[in-house]
Design a protein around this ligand. Structure first.
Ligand SMILES: [Zn+2]
Length: 147
């Protein structure tokens, strides 16, 4: 898959909708449209890179920094008991969108468990609810960002 037919590149370019929570020179983060749980966020590098093997080291670092900031924001907003980060490389590993992305998935112990590598059959989330949650996460991010 090339950048020209990549849904995440379309989101970066503003050509496809997404409930954005973070945006800087290197990274974009937005609500997963088919969430495995409430607060399921994706962090992507803005440059099209298919997977971890194609990612530059500084892009990997930027994604990690963004994930760290988002982790605090998600904890503030949703107060989950736990938070999973996972990232799949290659179809055999369960990757379905071939633009590198890191999942952040809040989790409570009493919720049904999910297999992050078996993401098919998910239903689209309510857009208004995603936008409302994205707004709360952005507010929490602003309160955590320093300098
Ligand atoms: Zn892409």
């Amino acid at each position: 898959m090339s950048a020209s037919d990549c849904i995440f590149c379309a989101i970066v370019a503003g050509l496809a909708p997404a409930a954005r929570v973070f945006d800087d020179d290197d990274c974009l983060a937005f609500m997963d449209i088919q969430p495995l749980a409430r607060g399921h966020v994706l962090v992507i590098p803005k440059r099209h890179a298919e997977n971890l093997f194609d990612l530059e080291a500084d892009e990997a670092a930027a994604v990690a920094r963004t994930a760290k900031q988002l982790a605090h924001a998600l904890r503030t907003v949703l107060e989950p008991e736990g938070l999973r980060l996972f990232q799949l490389n290659g179809a055999a590993a369960g990757q379905t969108v071939f633009h590198y992305h890191m999942h952040l998935l809040p989790r409570n112990a009493d919720e049904p468990d999910v297999n992050p590598a078996a993401l098919h059959g998910r239903k689209p989330a309510d857009r208004a609810e995603l936008e409302e949650l994205a707004g709360r996460i952005r507010t929490a991010l602003d309160s955590h960002l320093v300098s």
